[in-house]
Design a protein around this ligand. Structure first.
Ligand code: PLP
Length: 434
C-alpha cells in the first residue's frame, strides 16, 4: 500500500515530540530540511538576546561577568549538554569554532602520540571528511612531521595498524549521512595504540553519542547545526578526563590559565577542560546558544535522545520510501545507508553527472534551487567528478520536522523533476553559499 498524506498526518498527530516544534520560530511557508547546516531559531532567543544586551551589558556593564555569571557560561553550557554526548560534568566547554577546537585537540593528540610512539608517522582520516577538518589536519601534520593518509570508509579498519599515530573521523559524514560505529572503531584503534579524535558536528543532538562509553580520546562539534545555537555559535570540545591534564593545547590564552585574574607573566594551564579556552568568550553568542540547549533539556521529559532518535529514523525511513515510490526515473540514487545503525539524521540523494542542462553537470544544484524557490529548503554538496557524485542533502531535525513536512518535500521534489522546472536559467546560477 503506498503511503498517503493522511498517513503522514496521523503520524504527526501521534508524535510524542510534536509539542517541541512550538519552541521554534519557523516560517509558515517553508519545509526546513537544512537544520544540519543552520538550525532553526528558538522562540526564546530574541528575548534572551534583548535581555543580555539591554540589562546585562547595558545596565550591569562589567559587573555582569560576575553578576550574570558570564565568566563560567562556557562551562555551564558544557555541563548542561554533556549528557547528550555521553560526557560527564566538568568535561565539556563551548568555545571558539569547530575548526579552532579541532586544531587544539589534534595538536594535543599529535603531541601525545609523539611522546608515546615517536616512530609513528601517520594521521588517518576519511577522504570525504568535511574539508575544514582535512585542512586543519594538514596544518597539524606539517607541524608534527606526520603524513596525512586519506581513506574510504571501508578501508579504515584494515589500515589501523601500529604505524598510525592519530585517527581523525567525523562520526556522521556530512556528504552521505553515513555513521561510524564509534565504540567499535575506537576499540580497534586503541588496540593498536592509536589516539582517536571524533568530530560530532553532524551527530551532536541528532543521534545518540556515548563518548565515555566508547572511551574516545578527544571530541569536538558544532552548535549551529542540530543544537540551534545560531549562525557561528560557539562549538564544543571534550577531552577524556584521563587525558585532560596531559598537554596544554597550543592556543594558550589567558582564559585557559589556572588563574587568569592573577595576571602573572607565566602560562599555567587550568586543570581539566578549562585549559581548552583561549581568550575572552562571546557572551552574546553563548547566551543565544543556551536557548537552543534548553529545548534539549525540555525534551528530556518527552523521552530525550531515545525518542528523538526513534523519530529521526522514522522521518528518514519515510523520506527514502517516498522518494523511491514517487520520484523514480529521474536519475536519483541513495547515498545514505539504509541500515539504521549506520545512518545519521539526514538523507543524501545522488545524481549522475551528465544529467544536467545540456549534459553539463548533474543538475543536482539546480534541483535544490528549484526546491528552495518552492519553500523546501535542503542543500547541495558538490561531488568530485569521480566516485563521489553530486549530492542533494536533506536534514531531518526531529525537534521540529514532522511527517507532513516529509510528504510535502517529496511531493515538491516530484513536481520539480516531472515538470523540468529545475532547468530554468535562474536555478542554474551558482551562489556563493551552497
Ligand atoms: C559544519 C562542520 C564544520 C564547521 O566548522 P566551523 O569551524 O564551524 O566552520 C567542521 N567539521 C564538520 C564535520 C562539519 O560538519
Amino acid at each position: 500500500m503506498p503511503i498517503t498524506l493522511q498517513d503522514c498526518q496521523t503520524l504527526d498527530a501521534n508524535d510524542p515530540l510534536r509539542s517541541l516544534r512550538a519552541h521554534f520560530s519557523l516560517p509558515a511557508d517553508k519545509v526546513y530540511l537544512d537544520g544540519n547546516s543552520l538550525g532553526a531559531l528558538p522562540k526564546a532567543t530574541a528575548a534572551r538576546m534583548a535581555q543580555v544586551v539591554e540589562q546585562e551589558w547595558g545596565q550591569d556593564l562589567i559587573t555582569a561577568w560576575n553578576k550574570a555569571g558570564w565568566i563560567n557560561l562556557p562551562q555551564r553550557l558544557g555541563n548542561q549538554f554533556a549528557p547528550w554526548i555521553g560526557a560527564g560534568a566538568g568535561q565539556v566547554v563551548f568555545t571558539d569554532t569547530t575548526s579552532i577546537n579541532l586544531f587544539k585537540v589534534l595538536t594535543a593528540a599529535a603531541r601525545m602520540a609523539r611522546a608515546d610512539h615517536p616512530e609513528r608517522k601517520k594521521l588517518i582520516s576519511e577522504r570525504s571528511n568535511f574539508p575544514t577538518d582535512l585542512y586543519i589536519a594538514q596544518s597539524v601534520c606539517q607541524e608534527y612531521g606526520l603524513e596525512l593518509v586519506l581513506l574510504e570508509p571501508e578501508e579504515i579498519a584494515v589500515q589501523l595498524q601500529s604505524d598510525v599515530a592519530v585517527l581523525l573521523l567525523t562520526h556522521v559524514n556530512y556528504r552521505t549521512g553515513a555513521m561510524h560505529d564509534m565504540a567499535a572503531v575506537t576499540a580497534r584503534a586503541h588496540a593498536q595504540g592509536i589516539v582517536c579524535v571524533w568530530d560530532l558536528c553532524h551527530s551532536a543532538g541528532a543521534v545518540p553519542v556515548d563518548l565515555l562509553g566508547a572511551d574516545a580520546d578527544y571530541a569536538v562539534g558544532c552548535s549551529y547545526k542540530y543544537l540551534n545555537g545560531g549562525p557561528g555559535a560557539p562549538a564544543f570540545v571534550w577531552v577524556n578526563p584521563r587525558l585532560a591534564n596531559r598537554f596544554w593545547q597550543p592556543l594558550s590564552g589567558w582564559f585557559g590559565h589556572a588563574a587568569p585574574f592573577q595576571f602573572t607573566p607565566d602560562y599555567q594551564p587550568a586543570p581539566g577542560i578549562n585549559r581548552y579556552l583561549c581568550g575572552t568568550q562571546p557572551m552574546l553568542s553563548l547566551s543565544a546558544l543556551q536557548c537552543g540547549l534548553d529545548i534539549f533539556t525540555a525534551s528530556e521529559a518527552l523521552g530525550g535522545m531515545a525518542a528523538l532518535r526513534e523519530k529521526s529514523l522514522a522521518l528518514t525511513d519515510f523520506f527514502i520510501l517516498l522518494v523511491e515510490e514517487r520520484c523514480q526515473g529521474h536519475g536519483l540514487g541513495l547515498a545514505t545507508p539504509r541500515s539504521h545503525a549506520a545512518r545519521g539524521s539526514q538523507v543524501c540523494l545522488t545524481r549522475e553527472e551528465g544529467l544536467g542542462v545540456d549534459g553539463k553537470d548533474s543538475g543536482a544544484y539546480a534541483i535544490i534551487q528549484a526546491l528552495i524557490a518552492r519553500g523546501v529548503v535542503g542543500d547541495f554538496r558538490k561531488g568530485d567528478g569521480g566516485k563521489h557524485l553530486d549530492i542533494l542533502r536533506f536534514g531531518f531535525t526531529p525537534l521540529y520536522v514532522g511527517f507532513e513536512d516529509v510528504w510535502n518535500a517529496v511531493e515538491h521534489l516530484r513536481q520539480v523533476l516531472v515538470s523540468g522546472e529545475w532547468k530554468r536559467p535562474e536555478f542554474n546560477q551558482t551562489h556563493a553559499v551552497t
